[in-house]
Design a protein around this ligand. Structure first.
Ligand code: SAM
Length: 339
């Protein structure tokens, strides 16, 4: 049975945050210090994640799972979780390209320690990886992440390629007056290294509430800046994927842009989210969460958990309201929700 929201969108993609902790402190995501970490007892165990993921995949035909955080690689034994999720099966009766097989498993990471586990994650069944990289300049990297780890992130990208991930996607959040002058350099990096750079408009999910619209470098600006140096053409519509994709006219590869602020793609959204503490969310910007961990720990049956999931999906809204007067920031910031 499909999980369909009130606007007729079928849920296919589940983002699971495996931890709220992170080894970076990116300015647009976390404060320099003072984060209140979840107590370990509140974080879902691998068994709990596997059980919930099983309901989404095997009951509702969700065929894509992305592990995120916080920084997912700081969670010990992440490979064990990937192996467990690899054993799930999308129903053979589903219309999904993954019908009868395992769901497509992806990871979003800052890449700093990825070399240590790239091969074992691949062997465990991880299909895709996105590595975040906002700047190629060492000083700016320290300013933006508050860590001196650029060389390790670059090495993590190489390790991902060596382990067989293809293409490795590079997530770059661009902010006016911070790293916007590097848009072309980042595009060139992707062309030279065979990676697909995905430029992300900065969203109001920073921990300190400092976001403002002037910081947002829009999709139109990003594309025009790159197009002036490396001509681009837009690729066919993206379906439910968040990125608009453009290819270089000279065959130099592809870029993506995630225009959450200037061109929200809510009408095609097929995503739902599970936070590290087992709260179910139907949108990154939702203010309401549904407590699946509480149900699991109270001994609920799969049918009871599924009924709560259906109730929650029944509240999925048509779209978020960033930039409009009625927009309410969610209480939790990006690292606490899971990006
Ligand atoms: N730690 C991992 C990483 O760095 O990729 C995974 C979690 S992180 C929250 C996931 C993605 O969200 C990263 O690409 C990050 O740059 C992006 N992100 C975080 N805060 C953001 C914001 N305020 N606006 C847009 N993207 C943001």
């Amino acid at each position: 049975m499909d999980l369909v929201d009130p606007f007729g969108r079928t849920i296919r993609d589940l983002r699971i945050s495996v931890t709220d902790r992170c080894n970076f402190r990116c300015t647009y995501c976390m404060p320099v210090e003072g984060m209140q970490w979840l107590p370990r007892s509140e974080v879902l165990s691998f068994e709990e994640i596997h059980r919930l993921a099983g309901i989404f995949v095997e009951r509702y035909g969700v065929d894509g799972i992305r592990l995120t955080g916080g920084e997912p690689t700081v969670r010990a034994h992440l490979t064990v979780l990937v192996s467990k999720l690899s054993q799930l099966r999308v129903p053979a009766s589903s219309a999904s390209p993954f019908a009868g097989g395992k769901p497509n498993l992806a990871l979003t990471t800052n890449g700093a320690t990825f070399r240590l586990i790239a091969h074992e994650l691949r062997d465990a069944g991880l299909d895709r990886v996105n590595i975040s990289l906002d700047t190629l300049q060492a000083d700016r990297f320290i300013e933006m992440t508050r860590r001196d780890e650029l060389f390790r992130v670059l090495d993590g990208i190489e390790a991902a390629k060596e382990a067989g991930f293809s293409p490795v996607k590079i997530n770059a959040v661009v902010q006016r007056g911070v790293n916007d002058e590097e848009v072309v350099d980042l595009a060139r990096f992707g062309r030279d290294r065979g990676g697909e750079v995905r430029f992300i408009e900065v969203m109001p999910l920073d921990a300190e509430g400092g976001w403002n619209r002037q910081q947002v470098l829009s999709q139109d600006e990003i594309v025009a800046t790159i197009d002036a140096v490396f001509p681009l053409e837009q690729m066919p519509a993206r379906g439910a994927a968040p990125a608009d994709r453009f290819r270089y006219c000279d065959g130099g590869g592809v870029i993506g842009v995630i225009p959450s602020v200037t061109r929200p793609f809510c009408a095609d959204c097929d995503r739902v989210r599970l936070t590290a503490d087992g709260q179910f969310r139907t949108c990154l910007f939702e203010t309401r969460e549904f407590d699946l961990r509480g149900l699991l720990r109270a001994g609920a049956t799969d049918d009871e958990v599924a009924a709560e999931i259906e109730r929650a999906v029944g509240t999925k809204w048509a779209g978020h309201q960033i930039g409009q007067v009625n927009f309410i920031r969610p209480k939790r910031s990006m690292s606490q929700i899971g990006g």
